[in-house]
Ligand binder design. Structure first.
Ligand SMILES: [Zn+2]
Length: 237
């Protein structure tokens, strides 16, 4: 769990900005109260994710998640983030790559504490750079009905929000059962926490047009608003 670079960074920031100490205060998870929404900005500098147009997934998902948090809090929902800097939660030391992902995703689920729902925010990547659009995953074997409802609501608002705010007709790749992705280990590890869980892939960084759009504040705001509005609608049902 020791993250030398991050620890040094935290100590330096704490010296420069004593008020930032709070951000690095590690509370035992058992003491974290129930929150409405656990938000997981996908990836970290140890696990960069997709890349394109000069952007790396982990650097884009964090500001989007922080903006979703703000919007949800403005609407009265309580929110916790799995990370608020670019550091991973685990040391990625397992020899097996699948174990590395599993351990990190389990840590992220634990990090949001006792949440009513879990939403992991990602950007997609694919070898064929023409592929673009939004897709949203859920695990039918984990609070399946609620997870699918949450996924459907987020997906619909993400599509309409981006289309209306940016004029870009974000293609609809669908709300998908995560087994469709064909991972050798089955369900996504991030969708295995004991709560309705969704993983949203807002756009493809491997597509030059979508990568260029994600470089714009306007697009990131529209993505964040779409995700937040989808979550709000789920809770209003
Ligand atoms: Zn990702």
């Amino acid at each position: 769990m020791v993250k030398p670079l991050c620890v040094v960074l935290a100590a330096t920031l704490a010296l420069l900005f004593p008020q930032s100490l709070l951000a690095f205060d590690e509370q035992p998870h058992a003491l974290v109260p129930m929150v409405d929404v656990g938000l997981d900005p996908g990836h970290s500098y140890s696990d960069v994710g997709a890349a394109g147009g000069g952007l790396r997934e982990f650097e884009v998902t964090l500001p989007i998640a922080m903006r979703v948090k703000e919007l949800l809090e403005e609407s009265g929902l309580s929110v916790s983030l799995s990370r608020d800097d670019h550091c991973p939660l685990t040391d990625f030391s397992e020899p097996d790559p699948t174990d590395r992902v599993r351990v990190e995703q389990e840590a992220r689920i634990a990090a949001v504490g006792n949440a009513r729902v879990f939403v992991s925010i990602h950007l997609n990547g694919f070898g064929d750079h023409r592929v673009r659009g939004a897709e949203t995953y859920y695990n039918r074997d984990n609070h399946g009905k609620e997870s699918e409802e949450l996924a459907t609501s987020i997906h619909r608002h993400l599509l309409s929000g981006v289309r209306e705010a940016t004029g870009y007709w974000l293609p609809d790749r669908g709300v998908k059962d995560d087994l469709w992705a064909g991972k050798p280990y089955g369900h996504f590890f991030s969708l295995r926490g004991d709560m309705p869980s969704v993983l949203v892939e807002a756009m493809f960084l491997s597509n030059p047009q979508e990568a260029a759009l994600m470089g714009l504040e306007e697009t990131r705001e529209a993505v964040a608003r779409g995700i937040a509005e989808g979550i709000m609608e789920y809770f209003a049902q």
